[in-house]
Ligand binder design. Structure first.
Ligand code: FMN
Length: 237
């Protein structure tokens, strides 16, 4: 007989909705360490994510302390030389030209963030400095670099998204916060060198993990979402 999966109580359901609904990208962390066992547990939970034919395309490089610093220094060395896109990412995240409604959404989150930080339009140096904080993992005690085997196809990237979301939500449930960071993909060369990645590994993104510094203004950033009624069609009801 098939084992029936347990149903959720109303409060468990509320807790799950809270973990998903209140997850946000956090960009300032306390230096409070996160035990290795907990990180491993979160990765184990995230790995319950579904993937096409159960291929599980994820691969994680977890760094703390001197190893994290090695990644930071490798990237910042290059970043200081030539700015944001020193190397092209090995995959294309964004279109060459943005268009609506995506352009406005992207602009809004950018200006909201710079607004909170008091960075004025056109202040390239301040923007670059803020961008550079990505590579310090926003001072989080734990950095993770995620890679994928470059021989895999776009379907596996879809699987990867499930995994990363599961990880972020599971972290929240444990009082931890995250920021996914495609910023690392643009610096895949120094990241590759610092982590001695295998040739077939492509950097998908980085992720900062730790306890939020709620006193940091940037963590007040809240992003909007278009409601389902505006992006979904419902037929046959
Ligand atoms: C795959 C991925 C890559 C991202 N890369 C970055 C990044 O490099 N730096 C950053 O500050 N935020 C990054 N973000 C965070 C997004 O800006 C953020 O998810 C979005 O604005 C919505 O805000 P929220 O996560 O707080 O809900 C990334 C998010 C995802 C899912």
């Amino acid at each position: 007989m098939t084992k029936k999966v347990a149903e959720f109580t109303a409060s468990e359901c509320a807790a799950i909705e809270k973990a998903i609904g209140e997850r946000r990208s956090i960009r300032a962390f306390l230096d409070t360490p996160v035990p290795r066992e907990l990180i491993e547990r979160l990765l184990d939970i995230a790995a319950r994510a579904p993937s096409g034919t159960n291929m599980q395309p994820w691969r994680a490089h977890v760094v703390v302390g001197a190893e994290k610093e090695k990644v930071t220094q490798a990237v910042l060395g290059d970043f200081a030389e030539t700015g944001v896109q020193r190397h092209d990412s090995e995959y294309k995240y964004y279109p060459d030209e943005f268009f609506e409604p995506y352009l406005s959404r992207r602009r809004k989150v950018g200006w909201d963030m710079y607004g909170i930080l008091g960075i004025k339009k056109g202040d390239g140096a301040a923007m670059a400095a803020q961008h550079g904080r990505n590579y310090m993992f926003f001072d989080a005690p734990v950095g993770i670099v995620f890679t994928i085997d470059r021989r895999l196809e776009i379907g596996s990237w879809l699987d990867y998204g499930y995994f990363l979301e599961a990880l972020s939500v599971a972290a929240r449930a444990h009082g931890l916060e995250t920021c996914s960071q495609a910023a690392f993909a643009y610096f895949h060369k120094p990241v590759r060198e610092a982590l001695q990645l295998a040739p077939e590994e492509m950097v998908v993104c980085g992720l900062s993990l730790g306890y939020a510094d709620w006193s940091a203004p940037i963590n007040a950033l809240e992003t909007e979402r278009t409601p389902a009624k505006d992006f979904a069609t419902f037929r046959g009801f």
